[in-house]
Design a protein around this ligand. Sequence first.
Ligand SMILES: Cc1cc2nc3c(=O)[nH]c(=O)nc-3n(C[C@H](O)[C@H](O)[C@H](O)COP(=O)(O)OP(=O)(O)OC[C@H]3O[C@@H](n4cnc5c(N)ncnc54)[C@H](O)[C@@H]3O)c2cc1C
Ligand SMILES: *[C@@H]1O[C@H](CO)[C@@H](O)[C@H](O)[C@H]1NC(C)=O
Ligand SMILES: *[C@@H]1O[C@H](CO)[C@@H](O)[C@H](O)[C@H]1NC(C)=O
Ligand SMILES: *[C@@H]1O[C@H](CO)[C@@H](O)[C@H](O)[C@H]1NC(C)=O
Length: 499
Amino acid sequence: MRSFSSFSRFLLTVMLPLVLNAIAEEQAAIELPVQSGPAALPVPNPTKSLWVDTPGANPLGKEGSTGALTHDADICIIGSGITGVSAAYHISRLLLEEGVDGKDLKITILEARDFCSGATGRNGGHLTPAFFQGVVGYSALYGTEEAVRAIALEQHTSSSIVRLIKKTGAEAAVDLVEGGHTTLLFTKPEVVVAKADYAAAKAAGINVDSVKFLSEDEVKETYGAEYPAIHAPGHNLWPLKLVTHLYNLTKDTLGSKLTLHTNTPVTAIAPIIATSDTSSRRWNLTTPRGPVACSYVLHATNAYASHLLPHMHGPSGIIPTRGQIIALRAAASLDNITKSSWDGNDGFEYWFPRPLAGDETEPLVILGGGRESTKPKFELYTVDDASVNPVVGDTLRRFLPAAFPGKYEAGREPEMEWTGIMAYTKTHDPFVGPVIDPAQPDAHKGQYIAAGYTGHGMPRAYGCAEAVAGIIVADIAGKEYTVPDWLPRHYLTQNRLHE
Ligand SMILES: Cc1cc2nc3c(=O)[nH]c(=O)nc-3n(C[C@H](O)[C@H](O)[C@H](O)COP(=O)(O)OP(=O)(O)OC[C@H]3O[C@@H](n4cnc5c(N)ncnc54)[C@H](O)[C@@H]3O)c2cc1C
Ligand SMILES: *[C@@H]1O[C@H](CO)[C@@H](O)[C@H](O)[C@H]1NC(C)=O
Ligand SMILES: *[C@@H]1O[C@H](CO)[C@@H](O)[C@H](O)[C@H]1NC(C)=O
Ligand SMILES: *[C@@H]1O[C@H](CO)[C@@H](O)[C@H](O)[C@H]1NC(C)=O
């Protein structure tokens, strides 16, 4: 790699309309004492996203929002994003595989707004597993074995999703693109961190053979940006269509035993006083359409988790954090842009070109980021995805024309702009397993959670849902759950009590 301190490099760097090296400040902001109470429910009338609001894209949008409500189920899943629907899929599959007699087990999914209209319906569309990123930090915090598992979880999740899509012939239905992923390294500290993580991963025995470091000349030649980069395998897709496909597969297995009620927020959960009736359920869920009684409850509510679980608000729990996206038409052909997905600036910016549709000649590029321009707030503790932040929008509009001269037209307005709510945690890792309130450890028996992916959920949520589904099915079967090799132990709620 060429020297970084050349004058031209410095000039280009300062010309980027970005706040650089802001990651440490964001982390400090996350760790500040509680700035607000529990999260609100998802707000009505969210901004329109490409994934949800393209005509015909969300056939399940209003499913089960009118008519009779399911008043009784074995398992209630709250939230219809990738976590909730993946959990339903895994539970149905595991019941069959484990030989548990699940013939009559009923699952209902309750969703506050339209189907999959949370983060999964509003995100950046990347399915990018880590290959080596974060290994140094993980090893320091939790030891090398856990660092290896953190990578393994992402590899397991991404390859499982891609395998399932291919096995069920759904590549076209979900717009799966194997375009690889490129990380632009704008500053010297980013290069230093990347090299250290790469070396640590290699030393820990992680396979990094498919990872390539590119010099700024190589990047300029192939991609037209003048920064060094890292290239690795990766996919992009239409997240809501993947979740719809997972729902369809689950429905094929469970038939009428699976129900979905959109536009049905759960507003409270109360224990049901046990009666002599042995079939009595444990939990009574309140919705505006009436109560739902369940034996098991899965909180797949991500950013909104603390609304129903107030002990999870603030830095020791889940902080709702608003992300913003623009869909910008490129000024060059798809061949020139390439099919790679991208990130840069410590992951604050991320983008990829959509496959060409109809008679399009230049691709529509989905770009997210810009939160660092709101520092010191970073859009933390913001649940309002019905509005956009103009400061963030301005940064997003100026970024691609500056980073890829000639490929984007300066001043061009995006075709769409929307926000979505991510779920930040202090360690950036999700909570997976039984709900545990340290102040009353036995108060939530039968309630489970998988949430808190900190803006990096596509290569983790489906795997975390697999784990929590396994925990629930083991409990139903009266068996001990065997934690898979690929699941970081520190994701498990029982190991998170002292954060
Ligand atoms: C702008 C943005 C960009 C992102 N980009 C990427 C990316 O490119 N790659 C990546 O890997 N990750 C990305 N993420 C993160 C990723 O989208 C999430 O980690 C993932 O979608 C989380 O899935 P989930 O099912 O857990 O949560 P969600 O999809 O948010 O689903 C939770 C659901 O629960 C519902 N709900 C909440 N409370 C209740 C209640 N009380 N009753 C009923 N329903 C309720 C919500 O309405 C919502 O539909 C991004 C996120 C955002 C917001
Ligand atoms: C799922 O099923 C619905 C309705 O049955 C159908 O319209 C839709 O195309 C299917 N979606 C995917 C992605 O398989
Ligand atoms: C559940 O709560 C509702 C009020 O929301 C109440 O009317 C109902 O009796 C409760 N059901 C059980 C089984 O406790
Ligand atoms: C891509 O675009 C740049 C600038 O617009 C141009 O110089 C280059 O030749 C193009 N490359 C390809 C492969 O079309």
